[in-house]
Design a protein around this ligand. Structure first.
Ligand SMILES: [Zn+2]
Length: 194
């Protein structure tokens, strides 16, 4: 077939009118689309064909909507991208957790998990340190800290230990600032954490 032209938009019918010189023939829409718009990939051609099938017997408004969708897909050239965009636009927003404001799960769920926070200073390898998050997997709200699932009172005790440790760290920093003039007794003081 040479000098083929279409008499209808590629999305308007399940069949296309193809003029080949003076001979008019009818071919299946998908084949016609493939012949006239080679840029469309097989997946997109398949979806356009299915859209044409779906329009059969539909009320005019539905057919019009599907036709518009087909035109968007033809113009864009990537059916999945267009359909994905449409579905995301129409998607029902996820239902937030009804039990805990900190829970990041949505919809129906039994295990509640919150987001994780870390100290703002990663270690030398870029690894985050001191991850903390909340969970309730059926045994009450736990605080995830130091790879432990702690009851709130236990978590408070750990935080107190960490604060004490940071006090010791600060004492060592003071010794570092004092340099070699620091009395040995003070270094032992810092080591003992007193
Ligand atoms: Zn939840």
């Amino acid at each position: 077939m040479t000098h083929a032209t279409t008499s209808l938009p590629v999305h308007a019918s399940t069949e296309l009118d193809i003029f080949d010189a003076d001979q008019r023939t009818r071919v299946a829409a998908a084949a016609g689309i493939a012949a006239t718009t080679p840029a469309l990939n097989p997946r997109t051609l398949d979806i356009l064909s299915r859209i044409e099938d779906a329009k059969r017997g539909m009320p005019a408004e539905v057919g019009s909507f599907l036709g518009h969708l087909g035109r968007l897909i033809s113009a864009h050239g990537d059916a999945d991208a267009v359909l994905g965009f449409a579905l995301r636009a129409l998607a029902k927003p996820p239902t937030p957790c009804p039990e805990y404001s900190w829970c990041t799960e949505t919809g129906d769920h039994d295990e509640h998990t919150g987001g994780t926070i870390w100290a703002t200073c990663p270690d030398a390898y870029g690894n985050p340190v001191l991850a903390v998050g909340l969970i309730d997997w059926g045994k009450g709200v736990k605080v995830g800290l130091l790879d432990l699932d702690l009851a709130p009172v236990e978590a408070r005790a750990k935080v107190a230990e960490l604060r004490t440790h940071l006090d010791h760290v600060e004492r060592l920093i003071v010794l570092a600032e004092q340099g070699s003039t620091a009395p040995a007794a003070d270094i032992e003081h810092a080591r003992a954490g007193q």
